[in-house]
Ligand binder design. Structure first.
Ligand code: 5AD
Ligand code: SF4
Length: 570
């Protein structure tokens, strides 16, 4: 547990809501006096002023801040984002908070005063990359200290899951960074950054039970993109034994439906054509601020949870209903999901709404019931396969994606072969395949031995990739001659071809040419257009085709055979 005792230079979290609900509250009594002092102290705006020159404000002495804490610049922030889409969206939330406080953003390292690294802790490899980046940034910081710009010292901040996991190591052992901010403390960042102006290190890694950043409108890092991300929930209660996420991101909590719908509307008004609803486990979404008369649905047969069943409130099917109704020409995707939370009402709404993409994430993690039991996934291989059958029957033409881990503690050759046969049976359109990486704090760390040798993990990993690619190649070749609805994103740099994505998020490329528009004219495709593309060639990760005509989601599926909705044979 991190505490004030570890370093006098570390100032804890002062946000009253998060403070009240935090899980790491052993510091709370000691912090009370600090909180009271803060209440009487200056506000955030007092530390950040709109000038590119350092400004010394006339302020009284504040006991817990050094006298020059308010010497500040209109500082430029450089973002580095590692890890999942949730991290990208969190960075957009951070940017929104900082922009609001007068910070600027730069994409040029030399211009930056602050480097904020959004981190991932899910596997050792992810963390290794970030340590490497930190070495580079520390070198950059040292060079600034002896350059003519030394009056504008560089500050380095670590945000996200690795900050939560390695708070003490980052600050005390490695002296690597100036700011450490966990996933629930981004509102506190302007204050934390202000504290660093006198060389202090500032930390806030408390987790909250209710922080969802519902009222923060993320500012997109790529304003030109036709797609955007929306976080609908945070944290995870599943406690799979291999996974660090419940420890770094805390308890599951959902954002109110209305704030999500408002954000979708706002994005539609900006011309965004595709939103991905994000969370660790989106399909267990539940807005408990809204009560409904509907009875709770039951989990599919053969699935169970480690937590007590949640009751009442609006659920994922209700959210999908509302979000997909905002704009029928806005594609809706969602990730990540857990197979336990796909009741019929969710499958039904996905099947009925043309603008909800029919690619379902059903992360199996393993094909062996014994491994699934050790992973505490709450289902067997048989229950999973039954669910796959049910999903394929309920949503004709559905695509499936998965996450798979090989080399988990005690995984035998036979158990691994079961993963291979599962992948063979299910025919995944998309798969994320990982060798197991032991994480401290997890149940597996305490209970099991990481006993599959690295070479074996590597070999199993390569075999999974090879099988997946081979199966994808076959699936994709079967699409030759079919017509896909493609949302145009831009062009391929190397070839100049037009690049878009089909319903299954597979890349589709074609040579630019003028094609028929909805109102009878002709023009080339541009980002944000929906184009009907006849598939002519297939690789395992990209399709090539010929553009036929401009269209819309509604028009395309009106012409399309209902039982095979993602494609039409011409
Ligand atoms: N080692 C390897 N893969 C992991 N994942 C989560 N934890 C680990 C780990 N310790 C994978 C799971 C999860 C995905 C996001 O990352 O497959 O679904
Ligand atoms: Fe990790 Fe399991 Fe939660 Fe996914 S569902 S984030 S794998 S604990």
């Amino acid at each position: 547990m991190f505490s004030l005792r570890h370093s006098r230079r570390i100032i804890p979290h002062l946000n009253p809501t998060a403070y009240k609900n935090c899980r790491c509250s052993s510091d709370s009594i000691r912090l009370d006096s600090v909180r009271n002092k803060v209440k009487q102290g200056p506000g955030l705006k007092d530390f950040i002023v709109g000038s590119s020159e350092p400004v010394l404000l006339d302020r009284p002495h504040i006991p817990y801040l050094p006298d020059n804490a308010h010497v500040t610049f209109k500082r430029k922030v450089f973002f580095d984002v590692y890890g999942c889409q949730m991290n990208l969206n969190d960075t957009e939330i951070v940017w929104s908070i900082l922009k609001n406080e007068g910070f600027e953003r730069t994409e040029v390292e030399e211009e930056a005063d602050i480097f904020l690294v959004m981190t991932c802790a899910i596997r050792e490899g992810a963390e290794a990359k970030i340590w490497h980046r930190l070495d580079h940034l520390r070198g950059f910081k040292r060079r600034r200290e002896i350059s003519k710009n030394r009056d504008k010292p560089v500050k380095i901040g670590i945000l996200g899951c690795m900050a939560e996991r390695l708070k003490v190591k980052l600050i005390e052992k490695e002296k690597a960074v100036d700011v450490v901010a966990g996933p629930d403390s981004y509102r506190d960042l302007p204050r934390l950054l202000a504290l660093t102006s006198s060389g202090q290190t500032a930390v806030n890694v408390l987790l909250s039970l209710d922080e969802t950043y519902a009222d923060v409108v993320p500012v997109r890092l790529n304003q030109d993109s036709v797609s955007a991300f929306i976080s609908i929930m945070r944290g995870c209660d599943n406690m799979c034994t291999y996974c660090i996420v419940p420890f770094t991101r805390g308890r599951e909590r959902s954002r109110p439906v209305n704030s999500i719908v408002d954000e979708v509307r706002h994005l539609a008004d900006q011309g965004v054509k595709e939103v991905t609803l994000l969370g660790q486990n989106v399909n267990s979404y539940r807005d408990i601020s809204q009560q409904t008369e509907k009875a709770d649905t039951h989990m599919a047969k053969g699935f169970k949870t480690v937590y007590k069943n949640k009751k009442g409130g609006l659920r994922f099917a209700d959210l999908l209903d509302k979000v997909s109704s905002v704009d029928p020409e806005m594609r809706i995707r969602f990730t990540a999901a857990h197979p336990k939370d796909f009741p019929d009402e969710v499958l039904q709404i996905i099947s009925e709404r043309p603008n909800i993409c029919k690619l379902l994430h059903l992360p199996a993690q393993s094909g062996s019931s014994a491994v699934l039991e050790r992973m505490r996934r709450g289902y067997t291989r048989e229950a999973y396969l039954q669910l796959v059958e049910h999903v394929k029957r309920t949503i004709p033409g559905v695509g499936l994606s998965t996450d798979m881990i090989c080399g988990f503690c005690g995984e035998t050759d036979e158990e691994f072969e079961e993963t291979m046969t599962l992948m063979d049976i299910v025919d995944y359109n998309v798969a994320f395949l990982f060798p197991y990486s032991m994480r401290e704090k997890t149940t597996a760390y305490r209970r099991y031995k990481d006993d599959v040798p690295e070479e074996v993990k590597k070999e199993r990993h390569s075999r999974m990739i090879e099988l997946y690619r081979r199966k994808c190649q076959l699936l994709n070749e079967a699409e030759i001659g079919n017509t896909h609805l493609v949302l145009i994103e831009g062009t391929v740099k190397k070839t100049g071809q037009v690049l878009g994505r089909n319903e299954f998020y597979l890349k589709v490329v074609f040579d630019q040419e003028e094609i028929l528009t909805v109102d009878g004219g002709r023009r080339q495709a541009k980002p944000g257009d929906y184009v009907a593309v006849k598939i002519q060639s297939a690789k395992s990760s990209v399709l090539g085709g010929k553009p036929l005509y401009h269209t819309s989601i509604r028009d395309f599926y009106r012409e399309c055979c209902w039982s095979d909705r993602s494609r039409i044979r011409l």
